[in-house]
Design a binder for this molecule. Sequence first.
Ligand code: NDP
Length: 310
Amino acid sequence: MTVNVLFAAKPARWAEYEAPLRTEIEAAGVAAHIATDIPADQVDYIVYAPNSEVRDFTPFTRAKAVLNLWAGVEAIVNNPTLRLPLCRMVDPALTQGMVEWVTGHILRLHLGMDAHIGAAPGTWNPVAPPLSFDTRVTLLGLGELGAACATALAHLGFQVTGWSRSQKDISGITCLSGTAGLDDALASADYCVLLLPKTPATENTLNARTLALMPRGARILNPGRGPLIDDQALLAALDHGHIDHATLDVFRIEPLPAEHRYWTHPRVTVTPHVASETRAAYSSKTIAENIRRGEAGEPFLHLVDPGAGY
Ligand code: NDP
């Protein structure tokens, strides 16, 4: 039997996904009609990006799942019309991209690269950088992305602590959970990386109280979601120098408005939500595997828990 797969995302995405999606779904042994315009009551699977035109899932009466193209699901998980299983994106390329962004931006600051890149010709200031062995990194969030970054940083020699909702046990990482765990994780953070999902429970995880727990001169990297940080509290901590630097990839409003202080703050680096991208060649495999599972009656991978919001 042929299954109908609706691709509900911006048209530019369809150009990227059409060929790899067809290849991977066929390779998974599923006969599929994949298109951007299938009548809702004939759709079996919805490949979905929250910036698509689909807002009301009620007409999708026979669909078996919504397969999100993005790792973050905050824009869809609370949609009251969504009663289907929702799967988020997990793929090795998404994880690798995040590992490279996080380690690259930490190493930039850790090694003081800017001082040499921006130095005037003739500047010879041989100050040795610190070693990773003597530097503490805290990851807030130990999921697919956080755990991979934590492990990569530990392999580079950093002292790594991670914090998550449920208690974890990851080789080489000090794993903490709960409110007291958050306070301890921040109190021992020379660098703090936010890789939490945006949920009501994670909003403003970094606020005036928690920022004050961090050692003076600590650095923050946020490739998670903008609302994880109270922006006014962070700007105040940067102004005072309590926080030495913030590297921010995600914001409450994107693109970051031109007048926002982050653009010009000397202690802030802005990157335009590029920490890690969903790439068609890799994410199509995840989508195809979930369609295969749905057809075989097997449990879907990477199911979102609507109660938890991620
Ligand atoms: P996961 O769902 O795999 O991991 C989320 C982690 O956060 C888990 O360890 C989870 O704990 C923890 N967590 C959730 N809620 C809480 C809480 N209330 N208190 C403490 N810990 C909590 O997500 P991913 O690692 O795949 O992705 C993380 C986020 O990264 C995404 O939601 C998205 O917002 C962002 N992202 C950003 C990208 C970019 O380009 N900037 C690209 C891709 C993702 P537990 O393990 O106990 O469930």
